[in-house]
Design a protein. Sequence first.
Length: 255
Amino acid sequence: MFSPFLRLRKTPLRKISLRRLSPLSDDRNIFLKLENCHPTGTVKDRAACWLIQKALTHNTLAPRGIFVDASAGNFGVSLCYFARKLGYRATIVLSENTSREHRDRIKKFGGNILLTSEEGGENAMRAVAKEYAMRQHNAYFVDQYGDLESICVHEQTTAVEILEQVPNISAFVTVAGSGGLIIGVGRRLREIYPRVAIIRAKCTNMPFTPGPLYQQYAADLDIIEIGIDNGYLEHARSVLSHPLGVRWESMDTLS
């Protein structure tokens, strides 16, 4: 069953002139892909829609069934939002250190939460989610961390949009969770720009446990890792949010 309700619009861009940030900068620009324009406000809406669509297309789940998966937070919110929109339920396995904000949003969209110890990381949460789905009647294990479709969605949507919107790309920078975004976009960009740098930004004080997709495919892209501390992130956020701190040039016409 294909659902027309799970179509997401293309997200717009914002262009930042580096010279506005620093007089010593050159003429290059930074383009920000505004994934916060999705219904729940994050890029995870793409994967949630795509993976739900996969399950429904193959008639894997009967009406009122349960979508089950592990999440660090945002994907769980997205999954619950779209599951409820279609009349399904969702159960999300979270680490016990998941923020209150994420827990509240999952509950807001009708999700059930299972908590696990933070020591096992994503792999432990994934195992719990898989076992839980197997024990339930009419449940489907989504598996964002292990399903190749988590990569395909970004190869076929996010990367295509970026290539349509931005000329002459020299670097792509993002964070990495499941790995689907950075690998999917990175693969497609490398087909067009073989020398494009693929960069993963990470908070220096936050642990990162790579999931199966990242472990298996990241090495093929020679991903560059850069560490950013929370102080720098807060400074960047304040600069970018200040109306006089940076010159925004809307690219909404390309959305």
